[in-house]
Design a protein around this ligand. Structure first.
Ligand SMILES: Nc1ncnc2c1ncn2[C@@H]1O[C@H](COP(=O)(O)OP(=O)(O)OP(=O)(O)O)[C@@H](O)[C@H]1O
Length: 320
């Protein structure tokens, strides 16, 4: 496979000074990224997730050349980001959900004109890309509107277009759907899928919204305390986290918690009870057992919530 992003034992250590008394300062090291190694192939769409402070932003900053690694080797499209940041800028696009790269007081189109000049995009290519992005992201009516007057979802679509005008080979997305309503989220996700399929853009997606990952990425990397703790298909996370499925049972009337082998009641509300059982196990024997002994009205099986799976994975790793 054509490795497009490569990290080999990358580390980033920050020196921080902490006040410990009136005159005293203590120097301390924060190891934000620790022996991190992974590769991403051209055209892959990979989720990069982990709890707050895990080292996700630090990784992305090193990949864009904003930060220099303390140790290790890092390449994006064969370029060392910290050494050739300007050359790399022509190959990458970055979208930060929490910040905009657009000019706040100017109409949206002016930010695009600026990108046209800054990236020296050939005129014909610029017009072609702009037309396509305006169409796909439904920006036609917004081009002459000052950015500050756009809604969050409109602004986000505007930012995504800005990041793609110069045809980058790789796109870093940091929380691209944060704060968006359901409809806007769906639009952004659909667009990202199309860009990836049409242009073969490599995408590294950082998000706390696990539906982004579920709907966009076949591979997910989980980072914790600066180290990679999982790299594989989304489905495998469930096994790594020994996840559980939930059987929701509606009984004819309120009853004490039901007794079923290899499942445990985790919640009771009136005649409804929730039973957790290992995700790898079939629900059929449980249903048979329940149906033979209890007055059932209805039941349904809920798949594990990925967020819970990850939380459980962390809990296991940090348990003594
Ligand atoms: N400039 C800095 N100076 C000192 N410490 C830093 C700096 N930047 C990040 N850190 C520390 O490095 C660790 C990793 O931070 P980072 O921002 O990469 O995490 P993150 O996974 O992106 O978190 P979040 O999900 O909250 O954005 C944290 O402990 C953070 O406090």
């Amino acid at each position: 496979m054509d490795d497009f992003i490569t990290l080999e034992n990358v580390e980033k250590v920050f020196q921080v000074r902490r006040r410990t008394g009136f005159w005293r300062r203590e120097r301390r090291e924060v190891r934000a990224v620790d022996s991190l190694s992974f590769t991403v192939a051209r055209g892959e769409m990979v989720g990069y997730i982990g709890p707050n402070g895990a080292g996700k932003s630090t990784t992305v900053k090193m990949l864009t050349g904003i930060l220099t690694p303390s140790a290790g080797r890092l390449r994006v499209a064969g370029i060392d980001p910290a050494r050739e940041r300007t050359r790399l800028a022509h190959r990458i696009g970055v979208v930060f959900g929490q910040r905009t790269t657009l000019w706040w007081d100017l109409p949206l189109i002016d930010s695009y004109r600026l990108a046209h000049r800054m990236y020296r995009i050939p005129d014909a290519r610029y017009r072609q890309n702009l037309d396509r992005l305006v169409e796909l992201l439904d920006l036609g009516a917004l081009l002459d509107v000052p950015v500050r007057q756009l809604s969050l979802g409109q602004r986000m679509r505007g930012d995504i277009a800005a990041a793609l005008l110069h045809d980058p080979d790789v796109l870093y997305l940091d929380e691209p759907t944060i704060g968006l309503d359901v409809v806007s989220k769906a639009k952004v996700r659909e667009f990202l899928r199309e860009v990836n399929a049409e242009r073969g853009t490599t995408v590294l997606l950082t998000t706390h919204d696990l539906q982004d990952i579920e709907q966009l990425c076949s591979r997910v990397m989980v980072i914790d305390h600066g180290r990679l703790v999982y790299d594989g298909p989304l489905a495998g996370l469930h096994e790594a986290g020994e996840s559980e499925r939930t059987l929701v049972v509606d009984l004819e009337r309120e009853l004490p918690p039901v007794e079923v082998p290899s499942a445990r009641v985790v919640r009771v509300e009136g005649p409804r009870q929730w039973l957790a059982f290992p995700a790898g196990q079939s629900a059929a024997p449980l249903l048979a057992h329940l149906a033979a002994r209890y007055p059932l009205v209805d039941l349904s099986v809920r798949e594990p919530d990925i967020e819970a799976v990850i939380a459980r994975m962390y809990a296991e790793r940090t348990a003594p």
